[in-house]
Design a protein around this ligand. Structure first.
Ligand SMILES: [Zn+2]
Length: 318
């Protein structure tokens, strides 16, 4: 019995040891599982944290990029045009660089002109803290050149009895924000029901070989019988006829001042300040007079196509 008992005791010790091992193994596994879970949770947390951080940074980057693009676009709109892909050289080539999706949406807003009295809004680009494009060695600024030119255009039109309103008459910006500045120019023309809108600018390009006068428009739908595209053709013809103007082409461009004005509108890039020949032209009063005289002729032809007539020294549209 003793032997048997001893044997039993040995067996139960073995069983107990096995159970103990089993128990420890289970505990060990639980511990490992727990540790894995914690580790997994930590890693997941870290990973999610990173995802949120990257998403946040991405949103900031997109917002910043769109802000920069907006600012650049509006600056570009106001003068420094990448001429190469937008403008066709020579007057024989007509339409058109690119369609823009905003145009159709905007075209329906452009109603008939309510006021029958002709009013031309002349918009000298830039001003104040915004010099536009410039030629530093001679302190030659677009904002000054186009203001002088715009006064000439105003004078030529007034000589013919046409009422003119300028968006600025001094060296000022219309708003601290470039976008708002342009919006105010548009608002001046729209709120006064202007008959046509003419924005005057100076061009610039890294490639100094670019030269010549260019005309831009946006809308192709007729407003009171005249589309902006047709208006730009009329201007082209006038520039082309005057051999003192180095006419280079016209193009379609989605500029704010062209897109959002409710009347036929053109933007004249009078010459390239970056080109030495054009720069001399821009400095000369002769050229400034010639190009604005031709612009005035173009404006008169344009409003005539809209049905404007001069009766008792006043231009009106029936
Ligand atoms: Zn400009």
């Amino acid at each position: 019995m003793v032997r048997r008992n001893e044997s039993n005791a040995i067996i139960s010790k073995k069983v107990a040891r096995r159970q103990q091992k089993q128990y420890e193994w289970e505990r060990f596994k639980k511990r490992i599982k727990g540790a894995d879970k914690e580790l997994l949770q930590k890693q997941l947390g870290r990973c999610l944290g990173r995802v949120f951080l990257y998403a946040f940074l991405l949103v900031i980057a997109i917002y910043f990029a769109s802000y920069v693009k907006n600012q650049f676009f509006e600056n570009t709109e106001a003068g420094v045009l990448p001429a190469s892909s937008l403008v066709y050289s020579g007057s024989s080539q007509d339409d058109v660089a690119s369609l823009n999706s905003g145009e159709l949406a905007n075209s329906s807003d452009k109603g008939l002109i309510k006021s029958s009295k002709v009013l031309v809004v002349v918009d000298p680009g830039h001003g104040g803290r915004d010099p536009g494009t410039c030629y530093d060695p001679e302190k030659l600024y677009e904002k000054d050149i186009v203001l002088d030119m715009s006064f000439k255009l105003k004078a030529y039109l007034e000589e013919e009895g046409i009422e003119v309103l300028m968006t600025r008459t001094t060296d000022v910006e219309l708003d601290e924000s470039v976008v708002e500045d342009l919006a105010k120019r548009v608002a001046i023309a729209n709120s006064r029901n202007a008959t046509v809108f003419v924005s005057v600018h100076v061009n610039s390009e890294k490639d100094k070989s670019f030269k010549g006068t260019q005309v831009f428009y946006c809308g192709t739908e007729p407003i009171n019988g005249l589309s902006s595209a047709r208006f730009s053709e009329i201007m082209r013809d006038e520039f082309d006829e005057n051999n003192k103007i180095p006419y280079d082409g016209r193009g379609k461009k989605d500029f704010k001042v062209l897109r959002e004005t409710n009347m036929p509108a053109v933007l004249i890039e009078t010459a390239f300040i970056s080109n030495s020949r054009d720069r001399e032209l821009l400095k000369s009063q002769d050229f400034r007079n010639e190009i604005m005289k031709s612009s005035a002729k173009g404006v008169i032809r344009a409003i005539q196509e809209m049905g404007a007539k001069k009766i008792n020294d006043q231009w009106t549209i029936d």
